[in-house]
Design a protein around this ligand. Sequence first.
Ligand SMILES: Nc1ncnc2c1ncn2[C@@H]1O[C@H](COP(=O)(O)OP(=O)(O)OP(=O)(O)O)[C@@H](O)[C@H]1O
Ligand SMILES: [Mg+2]
Length: 265
Amino acid sequence: MENNFLSLTNVWFKYDKEWVLSDVNLKITRNRIIGVIGPNGGGKTTLLKLIAGLEKPDKGTILFHNQKPGTPETIVRIGYVPQHATVRWTFPIKVSDAILLGKIGQKGKLSTPRKEDKERLSEIAQALNIENLLEKHIADLSGGQQQKIFIARALINRPELLLLDEPETGIDVAAQDLFFATLKDIHRRFDLTIIIVTHDLSVIPKICDEIACVNNTLFHHSSPEEALTCPNFDKHYGSHLEVIIHGKNIPHRLVHEHHDDEENK
Ligand SMILES: Nc1ncnc2c1ncn2[C@@H]1O[C@H](COP(=O)(O)OP(=O)(O)OP(=O)(O)O)[C@@H](O)[C@H]1O
Ligand SMILES: [Mg+2]
């Protein structure tokens, strides 16, 4: 079994003076879906940026296939959809061209799409159910459709690891179940490992194999049940939460009002 897929060892990171992440340790094996949860400002986006190689740890080591992220070899193998992904919507191009623009060559630079990229595009479009959008102008998409285009763009390089930062943003509640089922499907179809940051706890038992709770440091749990029923779960989350596991492990979340005097209890 390959266990050098992704590892973070004693990782510390700060933007300014204060540590945003301290002493993070995480080992991920291939083909898993890892849910990352935690309060606002806890460092979830920062964690993904470190794994994507967009930020470098101040201390500690991150290795993806025994290489530091950010090299041309690793960039093509990691697909990253940022929390606030955007393109210049007024730019006059079609959806299919916007997706193909995500193509990065072996040297880590944008490259001209080839025949196999176009084949890959139709494979991705079918998997994400966006075939009917390919000829549209990018400015004519809804928020939920835009999210799928960003995911399609991240998949065009055939990554092994897909990093998604709150991808459910902009997708209406009714469509979210289908959206997460689609993620599960692309995970299987494209042989992906997925790290997904989400605030939607109900998603976790449905699609995630493991959970990481991030609040300045990281608590990693090998199963969603273990994390969601953990007695210290609200402490990890940094908020007063109660999670009730219903049948089929669907959690229901209660968020209690926070009172400062409770801190001293
Ligand atoms: N570019 C930056 N420069 C300085 N500080 C930053 C920068 N980006 C994030 N921070 C700070 O780092 C901390 C962690 O931010 P991060 O965006 O990683 O949190 P998050 O868990 O993703 O939050 P959210 O759930 O709101 O998306 C916050 O205190 C934030 O203010
Ligand atoms: Mg974030």
